[in-house]
Write a protein that binds this ligand. Structure first.
Ligand code: ATP
Ligand code: MG
Ligand code: MG
Ligand code: MG
Length: 480
């Protein structure tokens, strides 16, 4: 089957409506009355009051397609085939209604039935928690999954627990994209967390919320058991459109094409590179993908009322815009450009998010202003760097850090310019200093609760003006 993103979303929602689920419209990326969370990072994050009993849900069975932001995945964007900063999570939920059997049956029917997604059963793999014989039994005896398609996994991957409150085992569904994507070409371990491996793609996570953790890891049975599931829309789209990564699907392709028209000729996006990877081209492709990802995340965040700034959400948006601009410079685009991609974002997303159309001018203006500001900063950093190079003929770790922290000048740029001028950068020292900073930041973050895990890197941004947290991104991308 070949399905557009729009068709997939509709099919998901229609399937669950046909199973008596109440449809919930997507809500803002900004959490409501939830100081523990910087961004809505999953479908269930919007339903917390229903899950913990503070509010009554409109119905015991719910379904949605919810925009979510995961800052902890920024480093993965454009590196793996399947991660975005902002993505859409399809979900179905049971609040004290059905439990394991129905949840698994629904998932299997939607994925494999001819009437619905009609995915080849042989391409699906399942994980269950090793201490959850019930789920294993349902998969084997009711669904009749082949025993070599199901794996018992440990607590770390297959038990959802935030340290206190409702928790429970989960079962995850993976799609096998075939040997072609097995980068190590040796039947790579299924489900390795290794981001280099894009053969088995996790599409759907189903959580069986059945225990209460009293906060000291003493577990008791919950009186009312819930189901919480999440599946990545972009990933499912890449399966149905048979693309190497999520970025060649109908959601991102128009944006990638538009970027293409702005770059110099020697920088073009190459799909062929996936079958015969060349390092330089991989880097170029990644630049395209990061830009396409970041402009979408930024547009959505701005539409929800977040503006570039120095703390919390605003800071993240600022960094996303700046990072995307740098990637554009690396592709030979010499001016502000990100704002010109907003049209593509709105074009591909506004059917489900029509409010974007009203916010268009605001989004464009906000991004453009931020880009212009950052170009000035970059020029200033460039000046300082040139002075350092001229007077010392070497860039020390401290210099690189100063440029980074005080001028917002990315270390990739420092490296690139230094290389051009045939001057060395003490990059090891730079990383050492950064690691030290990170460690200090980590220590001050220790008291964070587990709900924050997704946003852990960023939640403390407001108490420091440095790039705490972000450095991991810069740090890693500089090594690509
Ligand atoms: P992964 O292991 O691939 O990082 P996850 O286990 O962190 O995914 P869950 O928290 O289980 O993801 O979220 C439910 C679903 O949402 C996943 O099965 C996946 O399809 C999708 N998803 C999660 N993170 C992202 C992301 N950053 N970009 C796109 N889709 C995502
Ligand atoms: Mg993840
Ligand atoms: Mg996972
Ligand atoms: Mg998961």
């Amino acid at each position: 089957k070949k399905l557009s993103t729009k068709e997939i979303r509709n099919m998901w929602l229609n399937f669950f409506k046909s199973k008596n689920h109440h449809f919930l419209q997507p809500v803002s990326l900004i959490p409501v009355e939830d100081p523990s969370l910087l961004w809505i990072n999953s479908g269930v994050a919007t339903l917390k009051p229903y899950f913990d009993g503070r509010k009554n849900p409109p119905a015991p069975r719910l379904t949605n397609s919810q925009k979510a932001i995961r800052t902890n995945d920024i480093e993965n964007v454009g590196v793996t085939a399947r991660h975005h900063t902002m993505f859409e999570m399809l979900g179905n939920f049971s609040i004290g209604d059905y439990f394991k059997k129905e949840a698994i049956e629904f998932a299997w029917e939607l994925l494999t039935s001819e009437k619905w997604f009609a995915i080849d059963k042989n391409k699906l793999y399942i994980t269950v928690f090793e201490e959850d014989p019930e789920a294993y039994d349902i998969w084997i005896n009711i669904i009749k999954i082949k025993p070599d398609h199901i794996f018992k996994m440990n607590r770390e991957t297959n038990f959802w627990d935030v340290g206190q409150g409702p928790c429970g085992p989960n079962t995850e569904i993976f799609f096998d994209r075939g040997e072609k994507w097995d980068k190590e070409k040796k039947g790579t371990k299924l489900l390795s967390e290794d981001i280099e491996n894009d053969r088995y793609i996790e599409i759907w996570n189903i959580v069986f919320s059945q225990f209460n953790n009293d906060g000291t890891n003493q577990y008791s049975d919950l009186p009312r058991r819930n189901i919480d599931t999440g599946a990545g829309l972009e990933r499912i789209a890449s399966i149905f459109q048979d693309t190497p990564t999520n970025f060649e699907t109908d959601i991102f392709w128009p944006t990638i094409n538009k970027i293409q028209s702005l770059t110099k000729n020697n920088f073009s996006y190459s799909i062929e590179n996936y079958t015969n990877p060349k390092k330089e081209q991989t880097k170029i492709n990644t630049n395209f993908k990061v830009i396409a990802d970041h402009v979408r995340a930024t547009s959505f965040a701005i539409a929800d009322g977040v503006f570039p700034g120095n703390k919390e959400r605003g800071y993240i948006i600022r960094r996303l815009i700046r990072r995307a601009l740098i990637k554009g410079l690396n592709l030979g685009i010499e001016n502000t450009f990100l704002y010109t991609l907003v049209d593509c974002v709105i074009e591909s997303m506004s059917d489900f998010y029509p409010y974007l159309i009203d916010k268009k001018e605001l989004i464009i203006k906000t991004i453009k202003t931020e880009e212009e500001k950052f170009l000035l900063t970059l020029n200033k950093g460039y000046e300082v760097l040139n002075k350092i190079i001229f007077s010392k003929k070497i860039v020390s770790g401290e210099d690189a850090l100063l440029l980074f922290e005080s001028y917002g000048y990315p270390v990739e740029q420092t490296l690139e310019i230094a290389e051009e001028k045939k001057v060395k950068v003490d990059i090891d020292k730079f990383y050492k200093l950064m690691d030290l900073k990170k460690q200090q930041a980590r220590e001050s973050r220790k008291e964070l609760k587990a709900w924050d895990n997704q946003n852990e890197l960023f939640t403390k941004l407001n108490i420091t003006s440095e790039f705490t947290g972000w450095e991991e991104t810069i740090h890693n991308s500089a090594r690509v």
